[in-house]
Design a protein around this ligand. Structure first.
Ligand SMILES: [Zn+2]
Length: 232
């Protein structure tokens, strides 16, 4: 079996062949309540990127297919065992509190979308206060206060999510009010956090590094010119 896949550790896009993945099955009946054979499939994939080689493990349980050992008639449950969540690795120049809220929001997204959304809103507020120095207020007002500072596309993405049903309604309230949301809505908030972290922290850091490299080259040139003048 060959399929395309993205590594959750290094984000490398890869084509996975039989050399990089393995699946085993565990089939049992044992007089279970479904009166059918159940099958647990576990899958391991190793990232082919030579500097990563991390392993991802998933499992799926379902009614066993009678003719194909590695197939299910239909799925009853599935789990991602490693990595435990789909949180993207974030660089350490991002504030620790922002990273911690983001990672925990990802970790519990499926188990408790409500708690995930609460953490994601707190994370958003943390970013606004740290990156934009907004004055503490209701989340909705803090968001509005940066409207004329951010680029229009980023503003549209914030605004689109601000208008999603329960999430939107609860941005008007205190961030600690627990909102009833489904996993898809919780994922929208997580996606927004990832976009903002990239747009703001990561881009600012990269710009700074590029500028420092330019300044470094300019200084070297200046010194070289100075030295040749002295030699003359
Ligand atoms: Zn990888």
């Amino acid at each position: 079996m060959v399929f395309s896949w993205q590594c959750p550790y290094c984000n490398h896009n890869a084509t996975i062949t039989n050399e990089q993945h393995s699946t085993v099955h565990h089939t049992f009946h044992l007089n279970n309540k479904h009166d059918e054979s159940l099958r647990l499939l576990t899958n391991a994939i190793v990232c082919p990127n030579p500097i990563c080689r991390e392993y991802s493990i998933t499992a799926e349980l379902g009614i066993a297919n009678r003719s194909a050992l590695y197939k299910l008639e239909y799925s009853l449950a599935s789990w991602t065992l490693r990595p435990l969540s789909k949180a993207k690795p974030l660089p350490d120049y991002i504030p620790k509190a922002v990273i911690a809220d983001y990672e925990e929001a990802c970790l519990i997204k499926d188990l408790s979308p409500k708690s995930s959304a609460t953490l994601a809103r707190r994370c958003l507020q943390g970013i606004l206060r740290d990156f934009w120095n907004v004055k503490p207020a209701r989340l909705v007002d803090e968001i509005k206060s940066i409207q004329d500072k951010v680029d229009p596309i980023t503003w549209q993405s914030i605004d689109a999510i601000r208008n999603v049903g329960n999430i939107g309604a609860h941005m008007e309230k205190d961030i600690n009010v627990i909102v009833d949301v489904d996993p898809d809505e919780a994922q929208l908030l997580i996606g927004l956090l990832e976009h903002l972290i990239k747009e703001w922290y990561i881009n600012r850091h990269e710009r700074k590094q590029q500028m420092e490299a330019l300044i470094g080259v300019a200084k070297q040139k200046q010194e070289a010119r100075h030295n040749t003048k002295v030699e003359e």
